[in-house]
Design a protein around this ligand. Structure first.
Ligand SMILES: *Cc1c(COP(=O)(O)O)cnc(C)c1O
Length: 259
């Protein structure tokens, strides 16, 4: 695989031999992780959620498998990726680690078969056709490996003009999609996910997501997950009930701009 990671810092080589115990990159990741954890702890305390802190998912897209290995050594258990090819490649190389892989990007139905081979969760289920493809792929994968059900978050668009440039189902379409996921043996309806729209105060966006989540759990009491909060807006997400934070650049550093 060609690494598309940003400029290699000290110690970012991705050798098969693994990671030296205390390289400079590990020290940097440890430091940034501690700073992010401190922000999370502060927001959790402010929200009075000490008994119910969110799960940190470290988004490792564009960064090499060696960084994921370093994060695992630092105690990280959950990592997020947004492209199937990159994710499946890393998951294959890191099979010896105890990691849960979260797929967080737009997903084409024809990638479902690949994703269910490594993913613990898909945070970006946004249409019925994808739910059906995941169900079919999971049935085959469970038959083959006996793997547990796939956790599925419904990605919701919080854009008022619904042009969907950050992806997601319209709030009005959530109930039908939820019913489909909840009625499929190999899928688990975990809850909702959203990305705060550009140009909107994150708090307003996450308040809206919390209301969508409340309507969902009224119908599906087990679907309490709220995947929300990135590097820029994790505090607002925690305030409005995020159960899963997806944090990339504040831990791993900047990624090259894509588009
Ligand atoms: C990249 C990405 C993240 C992480 O964003 P950062 O700003 O780097 O923390 C979270 N969620 C999704 C859907 C992403 O694509």
């Amino acid at each position: 695989m060609t690494e598309r990671g940003p400029v290699a810092g000290p110690g970012t080589s991705d050798g098969a031999a693994g990671v030296p115990p205390a390289d400079a990159r590990t020290a940097q990741l440890r430091e940034r992780l501690a700073a992010v954890r401190q922000r999370i702890d502060g927001a959790v305390a402010d929200a009075g959620r000490q008994g119910n802190p969110p799960q940190l998912v470290v988004v490792t897209k564009f960064h090499p498998a060696a960084d994921v290995r370093r994060l695992s050594a630092l105690g990280i258990t959950d990592v997020g990726e947004n492209r199937d090819q990159e994710a499946s490649d890393k998951a294959a190389r890191l099979q010896d680690l105890d990691l849960r892989w979260h797929f967080i990007g737009q997903l084409q139905s024809n990638k479902a078969k690949s994703v269910v081979k490594y993913a613990h969760a898909v945070h970006s289920v946004d249409r019925l056709q994808l739910a059906l493809a995941l169900a079919k792929a999971m049935a085959a994968e469970r038959e083959r490996t006996g793997r547990p059900p796939l956790q599925c978050f419904i990605q919701v668009s919080l854009d008022d003009d619904a042009d969907g440039h950050r992806g997601g189902a319209l709030p009005a379409d959530v109930p039908e999609l939820a019913e489909r996921l909840a009625g499929t043996a190999d899928l688990r309806l975990a809850g909702v996910m959203a990305v705060a729209p550009l140009g909107v105060a994150p708090a307003a966006a996450f308040e809206k997501l919390a209301a969508i989540s409340a309507r969902l759990t009224a119908l599906h009491p087990g679907a309490t997950g709220i995947s929300a909060g990135m590097s820029q807006d994790l505090e607002a997400a925690i305030r409005f009930g995020a159960t899963h934070l997806r944090i990339g650049s504040d831990i791993l550093g900047p990624r090259p701009a894509l588009r």
